[in-house]
Design a protein around this ligand. Structure first.
Ligand code: FAD
Length: 527
């Protein structure tokens, strides 16, 4: 039987739930399902703000995709390119510098969005986005670091800066982050002998007249009053316009001295979505009512935050997890329908309601036509998310975390993780191959000690020693390696990742010209 190849790009709510539905709808002999995601886990984003305060464990907001979708071939890689004409997806190299291409019959695009700081001075350098598990850990670590430093800082002005925490964006994620952060820093501050509670400032900057614009005004105003009561300073009708290491600058001209700035807005398309050769609607992928990508009907579907989806009543589907999971069911059903020659169904989902946590056992909720606030809404919030969390083991872990948090003091451990360096030292024994002709160019190398030889078609082109470099040509020309490099003696090299090499070349054109000139001269003079 002709087994169809279904490739899903993205392992968030859209991608994972599409894969799970397809596993139920299709027999193994009907289709081979592959899913590509940067991480081998699925992140339950609604619970991420709780990682900041430590009220749930770091790994309890994520679930291994292999366990959620046991029949799926998972590729834990970066998607680099989609070629709609050849119907292939190109994945970035991993341990081995080899390109990997996945051919597909049906493609699902569920790559989400990112927080887009382009055009905002200094935000890319100094503001933290809040979307991934890494972002949540980074914010927690930063807040703890700021408290530790502030406790021993004698300069009053600098202490204030360290003890000011600013969040941009008053939608659900911004409100939930500031609420958790505020509870956390105020809660643990009493362990710091030199920090006075009145020195702590948590600021929420929002462009609208009130926070939570998606919610009914009464509930949004309740949320706003509660945040202020707990010590959050609101800066409404203002946006973060620029940032430096020392301050967040608002479009009103006000500058807030801070060392901790988080921004949950604005959302923008990922570079891969931008690179796709198809029309976009404000950076999103336009789809029809069956969620097929415009111009690629019958072979490509898009869903979740990266897609511009209109429902039957003409309204735009909001970028939420509850919509992404329902869209996933529609996409899976439609792929199965196309495979079996049946009619596709249109996506329609009015939404079940809205929930926003406000920290300290309170929340606001609009569900099934009811409006609830305070403690009952918080109980509802927790019950619904516990139910929605995929996998029994995660439900149990989060339930136990919540129970423990009611009885035990807040954890203050700063979990330092080594950020992977893009410039690394590597060692090769004599005879070991550093890369082969035809491999993908992913790094440039500088010899620190030892010796390497450059071989093409069995001919030695060059022998390189300390201070000399290689591997830059493939990076400059974006072509596969044109020679094999191996160590002839025990050799130490400095490896510079492609991303850093590209930054150097774009900011210092003389650097690029210098290395490419030297390299072409070298290849013309075989030794
Ligand atoms: C802090 C926070 C709280 C939220 N709270 C709620 C809530 O309470 N209720 C609600 O309904 N919604 C909530 N949302 C929104 C919800 O999480 C999103 O709408 C949902 O995640 C969208 O699903 P998606 O599949 O489109 O994108 P995502 O879940 O973002 O998944 C996209 C995936 O694609 C991967 N990816 C992207 N580019 C590449 C690439 N080039 N190569 C490989 N992999 C790639 C990413 O790593 C990611 O895993 C919240 C969002 C945040 C950030």
């Amino acid at each position: 039987m002709d087994r169809k190849r279904i490739v899903i790009l993205g392992g968030g709510f859209g991608g994972v739930y599409t894969a799970r539905s397809l596993e139920k709808l299709l027999r193994p002999d009907e289709a081979e399902i592959s899913l590509v995601n940067r991480e081998n886990y699925f992140v339950f984003q609604p619970l991420l703000p709780e990682v900041v305060s430590g009220s749930i464990g770091l790994l309890d907001t994520v679930s291994p995709i292999r366990r959620l979708c046991p029949r799926v071939n998972l590729y834990m890689r970066e998607v680099e390119q989609v070629d709609f004409d050849r119907k292939v997806v190109a994945l970035a190299p991993s341990f081995r510098p080899r390109a990997l291409e996945l051919p597909y019959d049906y493609l699902v695009l569920a790559l989400g969005t990112l927080t887009d700081f382009s055009g905002m001075r200094g935000l890319a350098e100094h503001a933290m986005p809040f979307r991934t598990l890494g972002d949540a850990l980074r914010l927690r670590n930063r807040a703890i670091h700021a408290l530790e430093e502030a406790n021993n800082e004698r300069d009053e002005e600098f202490r204030r800066r360290l003890l000011t925490f600013v969040v941009g964006g008053g939608g659900f994620s911004g409100v939930e982050v500031i609420a958790e952060l505020n509870d956390f820093v105020r809660g643990v501050a009493r362990l710091y002998r030199n920090i006075r509670p009145e020195e702590i400032q948590c600021v929420l900057v929002h462009s609208g007249e009130r926070v939570l614009p998606e919610m009914e005004p009464g509930l949004a105003e309740y949320a706003q009053r509660l945040l202020v009561k707990r010590g959050v300073t609101l800066k409404l009708k203002a946006r973060i316009a620029a940032a430096s290491a020392d301050a967040a600058v608002l479009n009103t001209g006000e500058s807030i001295p801070t060392r901790t700035l988080v921004s949950t807005v604005p959302a923008g398309p990922t570079p891969l979505i931008q690179s796709l050769k198809c029309r976009k609607e404000k950076g999103r992928l336009p789809v029809n009512s069956s969620l097929e990508l415009e111009g690629f009907e019958g072979s490509v579907w898009a869903l979740g935050d990266c897609a511009a989806i209109r429902m039957a009543d003409g309204s735009a589907a909001p970028p939420t997890a509850q919509h992404a999971t329902r869209e996933a069911n529609t996409v899976a059903q439609n792929i199965a329908a196309v495979m079996r020659g049946k009619t596709q169904t249109a996506f329609q989902f009015p939404g079940l309601g809205k929930l926003g946590a406000l920290g300290h056992r309170s929340a606001v909720a609009e569900v099934f036509g009811m409006r609830v606030s305070g403690f009952p809404a918080w109980l509802l919030w927790r019950s619904i998310y516990l139910m929605k969390l995929p996998g029994l083991d995660r439900k149990l872990r989060v339930g136990l975390d919540w129970f423990a948090a009611l009885l035990l003091p807040t954890d203050l451990v700063q979990l330092r993780v080594q950020v992977s360096d893009n410039i690394t030292n590597e060692h090769f024994e004599a005879g070991e191959i550093i890369f082969r002709q035809g491999d993908v160019g992913d790094r440039m190398y500088i010899v620190r000690a030892g010796e390497v030889e450059v071989v093409r078609e069995k001919q030695t082109l060059a022998v390189l020693g300390p201070g000399e470099y290689f591997g830059e040509m493939a990076l400059l020309a974006n072509l596969p390696r044109n020679a094999t490099i191996s160590a002839t003696k025990p050799t130490d090299v400095l490896a510079i990742a492609k991303s850093d090499f590209t930054k150097l070349v774009t900011t210092m054109p003389e650097f690029g010209a210098g290395v490419s000139g030297a390299a072409s001269k070298r290849t013309m003079e075989p030794k």
